[in-house]
Design a binder for this molecule. Sequence first.
Ligand code: HEM
Length: 197
Amino acid sequence: MRMSTATIPGYRMGDPSLPAGALDATAFERLCTATLFTDEDRQALREAKEILAPQVEQLLDVWYGFVGSHDFLLHYFSGPQGPNQDYLARVRARFGRWVLDTLEAEYGPEWLAYQAEVGRRHARGKNETDGAHETPEVVPFRYVVAFIYPIYATVREFLAKGARDAEHLERMHQAWLKAVILNVAVWSQAYVAPDLY
Ligand code: HEM
């Protein structure tokens, strides 16, 4: 079932008060070209959405299970008293919405502005949204890059449940990988000096 965005605390897609991201439409189009992200990939993501939307909670269980089974990752959700369950739950709701947003993205200015914000939330803006100030101040950039692989690999078994055949599965899986890389490329703005971004 699709969660109503109005009920997700801290979710700000489409909020006109967000600053625009660093990339305009042309720059983003070039990033798509550099990632080999095509209209076929957009179509494959829409097909993947039909399969993944009913499984978002199970997907989140896998990803949260991965974070929860590694203290050095759970650390970024934890303070001196241990893991902040309220913080974990609030981020989980936005993470679920991000899966759907990624699968149906039009990649317009609102998407670019919100993904710049999501990058900021991993970097200098971490903890602001949920008031989780007792947790570490940033997620180190190296882990954000490393996470591309598990976020990509773990989706395969979920896609396989609805794929028509092996070729369809591969097409959706590769489109998902490109989409995650595009997200992280946009998020990187928050970590990189402007003249190097
Ligand atoms: C490909 C890599 C990653 C993806 C796709 C991803 C995805 C997300 C999403 C969708 C959100 C919610 C954004 C929103 O507020 O709407 C989020 C927040 C968060 N993620 Fe990640 N993430 C990644 C890497 C990591 C890593 C490696 C960690 C370290 C454990 C991490 C820890 C967090 C934390 C602590 C928040 C909450 C930030 C805040 O205070 O607002 N993420 N992530």
